[in-house]
Design a protein around this ligand. Structure first.
Ligand code: S3P
Ligand code: PEP
Length: 424
């Protein structure tokens, strides 16, 4: 297996222009495909996750043109749900933001579809979404394990109605359901049961649906109502903000070892992960934000004890930060780390222990006690882009080896080049 050795670095400084947000890119591609009219998407992320979405849309008959560097895409919207006269098989890799919304939309599209993914996708639950769409009459079969992809969908026009969905494992199920709702023939009321996790991603979804002409009535995150008769309309152009989760690695580098600015995301971001700056500030780092940038500068760091449920992706970056802080850090309320690219609580605890760091892996939290870090440890990344990107930050303490660094391609193919550009 390929690996990369990162020699100890003392300083981080400079500026990084962020790639487009994964969450916004995949929503923009899907909504443009369903909308009436042509949409020009700019600053689109080019990564495995967006390629899976683009490939699926092409098979579903959507026409689009990509610029040479694949960061601009003109999508010719269908103005309606998908339909296919022949059975289709769609491979969606390990992209949650493709698998979940495409499932929901295809339940309401005519045709027969099989949705598959990488082996890990077969371990990532989807039952809460399927239970909800079935309440409206959707016809979905689990092809292997009950509650998990691969799926077979016999799509048909759904007539809307009332459905209940469990929100305690993934907000993506709610986002997926909401994006599919306006295509149905009737009012839709979605009721949430359980504690809703990763809430800010619901705001992203509702905000983007609004940009594409559809209003969702949010009743205090307990019920969502979509009035019938609305349809997606292209906003002509859609600019994808820089990826706020990706920003966290560079901001953390600034907090640990100098001063780093990221551009493409700032004060008015729609992404919940910009709130990672609150973690940085709580730990003592100096943060400045502008309309289109965030800058973070080193200061003595101290441990924190924080609920990070609303920033599940950026929260991982608090792990390497904790290694450079005085005192313990506890990252709380992140039970759903266990059903992402890997079991992230287990993976983090395993690799921290290899570094010689004391930690407690709770059911839904991680407690880290900083200490001396072992040199030249080979970090396993579990096919999880965020494991690779987080542990790159260990190189501000000592030499470290990152196994399978290419797993970054899920959301940030040139991460290690960009990281090399801000360290000396
Ligand atoms: O809706 C989205 O774009 C996402 C929601 C989050 O997932 P969960 O809602 O499963 O926590 C996040 O971790 C994922 O990377 C992207
Ligand atoms: C959880 C993640 O991805 P996905 O969209 O596949 O859920 C992630 O990017 O950290």
């Amino acid at each position: 297996m390929e690996s990369i050795k990162l020699n100890k670095k003392d300083r981080a400084c400079g500026m990084v222009n962020l790639p487009g947000s994964k969450s916004l890119s995949n929503r923009a591609l899907l909504l443009s495909s369903l909308a009436r009219g042509k949409t020009r998407i700019t600053n689109l992320l080019d990564s495995d996750d967006t390629r899976h979405m683009l490939n699926a849309l092409a098979l579903l008959g959507v026409e689009y043109e990509l610029s040479e560097d694949r960061t601009e895409c003109t999508v010719y919207g269908l103005g309606e749900a998908f339909s296919s006269s022949k059975p289709l098989e769609l491979f969606l890799g390990n992209a949650g933001t493709a698998m979940r919304p495409i499932t929901a939309v295809l339940c309401n599209s005519s045709g027969e579809y099989v949705l598959t993914g990488e082996p890990r996708m077969e371990e990532r639950p989807i039952a809460h979404l399927i239970d909800a769409v079935r309440q409206l009459g959707a016809d979905v079969t689990y092809l292997k394990k009950e509650g998990y992809p691969p799926l077979k969908i016999r799509g048909k026009k759904l007539t809307g109605g009332v459905a209940e969905i469990d929100g305690s494992v993934s907000s993506q199920f709610i986002s997926a359901f909401l994006m599919a709702a306006p295509l149905m023939d009737g009012d839709v009321l979605l009721k949430i049961k359980g504690e809703l996790v990763s809430k800010p991603y619901i705001d992203i979804t509702i905000g983007m649906m609004k940009s594409f002409g559809v209003t969702v009535e949010n009743r205090d995150y307990k019920e969502f109502f979509i009035k019938n008769g609305q349809s997606y309309v292209s906003p002509d152009t859609f600019l994808v903000e820089g990826d706020a989760s990706a920003a966290s690695y560079f901001l953390a580098a600034g907090a640990i070892a100098g001063k780093v600015r990221v551009t493409g995301v700032g004060l008015h971001s729609v992404q919940g992960d910009v709130k990672f700056v609150k973690v940085l500030c709580a730990m003592g780092a100096k943060v400045v934000m502008g309309d289109d940038f965030i800058e973070c500068e080193r200061a003595p760091l101290h441990g924190v004890d924080m609920d990070m449920n609303s920033i599940p992706d950026a929260a991982m970056t608090a792990v390497p930060l904790a290694l450079f802080a005085s005192g313990k850090t506890v990252i709380r309320n992140v039970a759903n780390w266990r059903v992402k690219e890997t079991d992230r609580l287990r993976a983090m605890a395993n690799e921290l222990r290899k570094l010689g760091i004391e930690c407690v892996e709770g059911e839904d939290y991680l407690e880290i006690t900083p200490g001396k870090i072992n040199r030249n440890v080979a970090i396993d990344t579990y096919n999880d882009h965020r494991m690779a990107m987080c542990f790159a930050l260990v190189s501000f303490a000592t030499d470290v080896i990152i196994n399978d660094p290419k797993c970054c391609a899920k959301t940030f193919p040139d991460f290690f080049e960009k990281f090399a550009g801000i360290v000396d």
